[in-house]
Ligand binder design. Structure first.
Ligand SMILES: C[S@@+](CC[C@H](N)C(=O)[O-])C[C@H]1O[C@@H](n2cnc3c(N)ncnc32)[C@H](O)[C@@H]1O
Ligand code: SF4
Length: 384
């Protein structure tokens, strides 16, 4: 029996000051003035169109992702949140995150995001090394990044994530360590620590920069940084996510736990479980901002709808759950996929035999240290 899990709201804001050469997100360099008001109108029409998918359900978190959501003035974010809270049931005190590029921070702006209801900021820092930031094509330097985080803290933000990347072109282990130490000095509650990947359809993929650390060096950096993060009180709870106690990102946790999310905005993806229809629907929106704005609110804005075939659900479930250190329970698997525990018997036996997964309590499984090293291989065992 499929039981609808907790629900989140994801809102995609697709513009950036300029496109970073490593980035494959749906982000577009801003040319001239951006149509903030028109885009918020489109978001509200899009939300109205999708409301029947989630009638009566409580929304437990909101995440403004990008792109660079901090390009949007606080008044536009406020207007969207007011419209959304009039249409959806927001859980009291729900987490509302806004992704922020330090190069867009202005004095006085953070107070107004806070007043609009945004209670968590996620800063795209990447590195505190100015030469590295230049090689990454970033629009800010390290001093601006530190200033932006302090401005947010002065405005009253006490729940802040810093995104860092490692295995950067020409980066040494000592430099990766230095990035973390400078991050710790700012006392964030959460750190996301991503290995730079060369994604197809990016400038870095077409013309890889010189000096990308090889796999062994990247692994050494990861292990060393994991230790530093643990010593500084940031517990790893997912492949790239580390948090102070009780400061895990509620929105991303729901996503990795195979929770539901409504995806609003250009290129946004959603996943919604229907208890009545006993299926999981994936829906995505048109990627291009202008096309999206012209069509939002109608069927034409929907890039695609797919009912996930039952035989693919174990793989999709594990793709998310096995990223988490907490692992999963077989009862939760059944509630979120509608499948009986038998569907897992063979792959679980194989994963145990290879030392990749361990049963902690009756019916509760989590990846071992070896399993975490081979996350992709473990997940593949659950392919139909
Ligand atoms: C959508 S961006 C949001 C933040 C904001 N746009 C910015 O960059 O300042 C989310 C994060 O993904 C990470 N990221 C983007 N491209 C990546 C890549 N190719 N490899 C690893 N991490 C990447 C960066 O750390 C980035 O901050
Ligand atoms: S600012 Fe962020 S979303 Fe925009 S291009 Fe750079 S990494 Fe991508």
């Amino acid at each position: 029996m499929l039981i609808p899990p907790p629900l989140s709201l994801y809102v995609h804001l697709p513009w950036c000051v300029r496109k970073c050469p490593y980035c494959d997100f749906n982000s577009h360099a801003a040319k001239g003035a951006l149509p903030f008001e028109e885009y918020v109108d489109a978001l509200v029409r899009d939300l109205d169109h999708d409301l029947p998918l989630v009638w009566g359900r409580v929304v437990n978190s909101v995440f403004f992702g990008g792109g660079t959501p901090s390009l949007f003035p606080p008044e536009a974010i406020d207007r969207f949140l007011q419209a959304a809270s009039a249409r959806l049931r927001f859980a009291p005190g729900l987490e509302i995150t806004l992704e922020t590029n330090p190069g867009t921070a202005e004095h006085g702006r953070f107070d107004r995001y806070l007043a609009a209801g945004v209670n968590r900021l996620s800063f795209g820092i990447q590195s505190f090394d100015d030469a590295a930031l230049q090689r990454l094509g970033r629009i800010h330097d390290s001093a601006e990044a530190e200033r932006a985080v302090k401005l947010a803290q002065d405005a009253g933000y006490d729940n802040i994530n810093l995104d860092l990347m490692y295995a950067l072109p020409q980066q040494t282990l000592a430099q990766a360590e230095d990035d973390l130490l400078r991050a710790f000095a700012l006392e964030p509650t959460h750190v996301s620590h991503y290995q730079l990947t060369l994604e197809p359809n990016t400038v870095f993929y077409a013309r890889p920069p010189k000096g990308i650390p090889d796999d062994d060096s990247a692994w050494d950096m990861q292990e060393h940084c994991q230790r530093l993060l643990a010593e500084a009180g940031y517990a790893q709870y997912e492949v790239s996510a580390y948090a102070r106690p009780d400061r895990q990102c509620a929105h991303n946790l729901n996503y990795w736990r195979f929770g539901d999310y409504l995806g609003i905005g250009a290129g946004a993806h959603g996943k919604i479980t229907s208890g009545a229809a006993q299926h999981v629907l994936r829906r995505w929106k048109h990627k291009h901002p202008q096309t999206y704005m012209a069509q939002a609110g109608g069927e034409a804005a929907i890039g695609g709808d797919e009912i996930v075939p039952a035989e693919r659900l174990p793989f999709e479930y594990m793709l998310n759950l096995l990223r988490l250190h907490e692992g999963f329970s077989v009862a939760d698997f059944s509630a979120r996929t509608g499948l009986a525990a038998d569907a897992l018997a063979a792959p679980l036996a194989q994963a145990t035999q290879r030392g990749w997964l361990e049963e902690t309590d009756a019916g509760r499984w989590r990846p071992t240290e070896l399993g975490r090293r081979f996350t992709n291989d473990v997940i593949e065992l659950f392919l139909d």
